[in-house]
Design a protein around this ligand. Sequence first.
Ligand SMILES: NC(=O)c1ccc[n+]([C@@H]2O[C@H](COP(=O)([O-])OP(=O)(O)OC[C@H]3O[C@@H](n4cnc5c(N)ncnc54)[C@H](OP(=O)(O)O)[C@@H]3O)[C@@H](O)[C@H]2O)c1
Length: 233
Amino acid sequence: MADLAQPETLGPALGGITKVFLYAEQRGLDGFLTHAREAGVEHIVLLSAAGADPNSDDAITRLHGEAEQTVADSGIAWTFLRPGGFATNRLLWADTIRAEGVVREAFPESQSALIHEADIAAVALHALTEAGHDGTGYTLTGPQSLTVRQQAELIGEAIDRPVQVELQDLDDYRRSLSLSLSGWSAEIVEARIRRIAALVDHPAPTTDTVREVTGRPARTFADWAADHASDFV
Ligand SMILES: NC(=O)c1ccc[n+]([C@@H]2O[C@H](COP(=O)([O-])OP(=O)(O)OC[C@H]3O[C@@H](n4cnc5c(N)ncnc54)[C@H](OP(=O)(O)O)[C@@H]3O)[C@@H](O)[C@H]2O)c1
C-alpha cells in the first residue's frame, strides 16, 4: 500500500501514472514529488483548502498554502482544489443523532456553505481529464450558507425524524473536535474553532465554481443529507 508519509512505498504505486489526485500530506510531500517526477507524472490535482496561504496566521490555511507552494515549485503542472468545509464533517453527528436524535454544538448559529464530496470529485475529474485546468486554483463551496441548526434540521427531514440542537460547553466542544481531528495539532483545532466562531450570524462565502467547471450546479446540503440518510439512522 502507498503511504504518503513513507515515500519508499510510492515508487511502485506511481509506475505508469501520469496524473495524480493528491492530499496535502506535508510530512511526505517532498518525497512524493521526487518519486512523481521520476515516474513521469505530468499533472497533480491537489486537494487544498479555501484561503490557502503560506503566510497566513491561521494554521490550516498556512499548512495548505505551504503544500501548494511545494507542489508549484516541483515543476509538475498543477491544479489546486480549494474547498471550504466538507459536508462529510457532519458525519461526526451520526452517533448522537442515531442514539438520541440530538447534536451538540458550541456555535449553533455558525454558518457554513458545506460542499458535497461528489462535487469535489466531479471538479477533480474535470481537472484530471480535460485540458485547460493547469495553473488554476478553484475555490469550491456548496451553494448555500446555512447555520448549524438549519443543517441539523435538513438531516432531520432526510431521516424523517426531528434532530434537536443542544448548546455544548466550549471545553467539551474543543475535546470532541480534538478527538475528531486526531493527528492534528492543538493549533489546528484552535484555528478551526476561531473560524467557526467568526461565522456566527455571518453568511459563509459561496462560489459558483462547481457549476463553472462541471456545467452543473453544486449539490445542496439537503441533497447531501438525503444521500447520507442511512448514516444517521
Ligand atoms: N474536512 C474539511 O472540512 C476540509 C476542508 C478543506 C480542506 N480539507 C483538507 O482535505 C484533506 C482531507 O480532509 P478530511 O477532513 O477528509 O480528512 P480525513 O477525514 O482525516 O481524511 C484523510 C484521508 O487521508 C488519508 N491519509 C492520511 N494520511 C495518509 C497517508 N500518510 N498516506 C495515505 N493516505 C493518508 C486517510 O486514510 P485512512 O482513512 O486510511 O487513514 C483518509 O482517507 C485534508 O488535507 C484537509 O485539510 C478538509
